[in-house]
Design a protein around this ligand. Structure first.
Ligand code: EPU
Length: 421
C-alpha cells in the first residue's frame, strides 16, 4: 500500500506549471468518437482517468497512439461497437459522456450506469431528459443504460438543474443531429467552453458555450484532421493558490487562465492573502494569519465545489468562525472527519460546516476519501506541525498529475512511500 508522508510547516516558495484540465480531458476523449477520422489532442494531464478513458476507446475500435505523455493521436475511422465495457464504465463517473458521443455517432449506445459515489447521489436524469428530447429511446435496466434513435432531431431543452455533465452530454448527442438544438440554463464552466471549442475545431457548429444558452447546429460529419490543446486546469491552479495561502508561502502559478480563477482570488483577498495576476501567471502569497469567511459553492462563475475542501483547510486555520455551505454535492464534508484528526475544530451537518479557526494543525494518519479531499489533506499536511501520512492515494492519482513532485519543487517535504500490507 502506498502512502504520502509529509513533514509540515513549510511555506511554499517557487514556481509550478499547471497541467491540462482533467474535467475537460475526460469529455474531449469520448467526444472524439463523433469524428470520422483522425485528431490530435495535446496538453492532456498525465493521470489515471485519462489513460483509462483511452483504453475504453480502444475497446470500441479507436486507434490510440501516445506521442508523448501529454499528446495522443486518436483515429476513429473504424468504430466497431456501440457497447462500452460495462463493468469499467459502471465504476468510472465520466463514462456517462460515452452515451452522448456513441448516440451521436452510431445512433445507439450501451454503457454501464455510473453508480453513486462518495460525494453522494449523482443522478443522470437531466442527461436522459436531453437524449429523449432529441428523439432517443432510453432504457435503464440491470445496471446499464441503453439509448437508441432512428434519427436525432434538434429541439429546445430546458435544464431543470445546472449540470456540467448533462450540458456536455447533450452537446455531444446533438452535434450530428438534424437541425438546431438549444440548451437553456446550460452550465458555464470553462471545460464546457473547451469541449465546444474542440468540437468546433473538428467541424461542429456550436455557439454560446460559456453562457446559459448554447445553440448547436447539426452538421453532417466531423472530419477532424486537426490538433487541439486542452485548457489549463482551473481546479489544479486553485488548489496551488490555496496551498500557498495555507502554508504562508509565496508562489508563481504558470500556465493558468486567470479569468477562470477570479472567484477564488477574490476569496483569498477577502481573507488576507495577496494575488497578482500577470498574463497567464499568478503570484499568490500570504504573510499573516488569514481571517474568517463564509462561502457557498455554486456553479461557475461561483465558488467551485471542487475547491471547497481545499479552502476548508485554510478556514480551519483562519482567525474566527467561518461557515461553508455546499450547494452542489450532499456528502462533500467527509474530509472534515480527517481534518479533525489533525486538530481542526469543525462541525459539519448536512450541507453546512462551521469552522472554528485553530492556531495550528498537527500531523496525523489520514485517508483521502475522494479526489479533492485528498488534495485538501496534502495542503493540511504541508501547513501542519509534525508528520502527516495520507492513505488511499488512488483518488488523488485519478485527477492530479505528479502532485507530490509539483509540491516538492515548491519546497514541500513530501514523499510517496510503499508500506507493507
Ligand atoms: N444533477 C441532477 N441531475 C442530473 C445531473 C446533475 O440532479 O442529471 C445534480 C447533481 O446531483 C448535482 C448538480 O446537479 O447536485 C451538479 O452536478 P453536475 O452534473 O454539474 O456534476 P457532474 O457533471 O457529474 C462535474 C465534475 C465534478 C464537479 C461537478 C460540479 C466532471 C467529470 N466532474 O460533475 O468534478 O464537482 O461537475 O462542478 O466533470 C471533481 O473533479 O472532483 C469532481 C467531482
Amino acid at each position: 500500500m502506498e502512502k504520502l508522508v509529509i513533514t509540515g510547516k513549510t511555506p511554499l516558495k517557487g514556481e509550478v506549471i499547471i497541467s491540462g484540465a482533467k474535467n475537460a480531458a475526460v469529455a474531449i476523449i469520448p467526444a472524439t468518437l463523433l469524428i470520422n477520422g483522425v485528431c490530435t489532442i495535446d496538453n492532456l494531464p498525465n493521470i489515471s482517468d485519462v489513460k483509462l478513458y483511452c483504453d475504453i476507446l480502444k475497446d470500441l475500435g479507436s486507434k490510440v497512439d501516445w506521442i508523448t505523455d501529454h499528446k495522443v493521436v486518436i483515429d476513429n475511422t473504424n468504430i466497431t461497437s456501440s457497447v462500452a465495457p460495462l463493468e469499467v464504465t459502471r465504476k468510472f463517473r465520466a463514462s456517462y459522456y460515452l452515451i452522448g458521443a456513441l448516440l451521436g455517432r452510431c445512433k445507439e449506445a450501451q454503457v454501464g450506469i455510473p453508480g453513486g459515489c462518495n460525494l453522494g447521489a449523482r443522478p443522470i436524469d437531466q442527461h436522459i431528459k436531453g437524449f429523449e428530447a432529441l428523439g432517443a429511446e432510453v432504457e435503464v435496466s440491470q445496471g446499464n443504460i441503453t439509448a437508441k434513435a432512428n434519427v436525432l432531431n434538434g429541439t429546445t431543452i430546458y435544464m431543470d438543474v445546472v449540470s456540467v455533465g448533462a450540458t456536455i452530454n447533450i452537446m455531444l448527442a446533438s452535434v450530428l443531429a438534424e437541425g438546431t438544438t438549444v440548451i437553456e440554463s446550460a452550465a458555464k464552466e470553462p471545460h464546457i467552453v473547451d469541449v465546444a471549442n474542440f468540437l468546433n475545431t473538428m467541424g461542429a457548429d456550436i455557439r454560446g458555450a460559456g453562457t446559459d444558452v448554447i445553440k448547436v447546429k447539426g452538421v453532417k460529419e466531423l472530419k477532424g484532421n486537426a490538433e487541439y490543446s486542452v485548457v489549463p486546469d482551473q481546479i489544479e491552479a486553485g488548489t496551488f493558490m490555496l496551498a500557498a495561502v495555507a502554508s504562508k508561502g509565496d508562489i508563481i502559478i504558470k500556465n493558468c487562465i486567470t479569468k477562470h480563477l477570479e472567484c477564488v482570488a477574490a476569496k483569498i483577498t477577502e481573507i488576507g492573502g495577496k494575488i497578482d495576476a500577470n498574463g497567464d501567471h499568478l503570484r499568490v502569497w500570504c504573510d499573516k494569519r488569514t481571517k474568517k469567511a463564509n462561502i457557498k459553492t455554486l456553479p461557475y462563475p461561483g465558488f467551485p465545489t471542487d475547491l471547497q475542501p481545499q479552502i476548508g483547510v485554510v478556514l480551519s486555520l483562519s482567525k474566527g468562525t467561518s461557515i461553508i455551505n455546499e450547494s452542489i454535492w450532499e456528502s462533500r464534508f467527509q474530509y472534515t472527519d480527517e481534518l479533525r484528526k489533525m486538530g481542526a475544530n469543525i462541525t459539519a451537518q448536512g450541507k453546512t460546516a462551521v469552522f472554528e479557526g485553530v492556531d495550528e494543525l498537527y500531523g496525523a494518519p489520514v485517508s483521502a476519501t475522494d479526489l479533492r479531499a485528498g488534495a485538501a489533506l496534502i495542503i493540511a499536511g504541508i501547513a501542519a506541525n509534525g508528520t502527516t501520512e495520507i492513505y488511499n492515494l488512488k483518488h488523488i492519482d485519478r485527477g492530479y498529475e505528479n502532485i507530490e513532485e509539483k509540491f516538492r519543487k515548491l519546497g514541500a517535504k513530501i514523499e510517496r512511500v510503499q508500506e507493507e500490507e
